[in-house]
Design a binder for this molecule. Structure first.
Ligand SMILES: [Zn+2]
Length: 71
């Protein structure tokens, strides 16, 4: 059985929704990280920042990703 690839090879958007109590206290705040094959690595935490990050990451990545190396 091959198993899972090392986390360093699993590129993409990883969202941790955190843990919020019924009375609204965050025991673990939400967090997000985006990585890609070409070296992009952005992360943030906090409910509002994570919500904004997930809303804009696709267009942000399209504008700022260096893409594959030119050979
Ligand atoms: Zn990228």
């Amino acid at each position: 059985m091959a198993g899972w690839a090392p986390v360093e090879q699993l590129f993409g958007l990883h969202v941790d929704f955190g843990h919020c109590t019924r009375d609204g206290r965050w025991l673990r705040p939400p967090a997000v990280r985006f990585t890609c094959l070409y070296g992009c690595d952005w992360a943030t935490s906090g409910a509002l920042r994570v919500a904004h990050f997930t809303r804009v990451i696709t267009s942000h990545h399209a504008l700022h990703c260096p893409g594959p190396p030119l050979t």
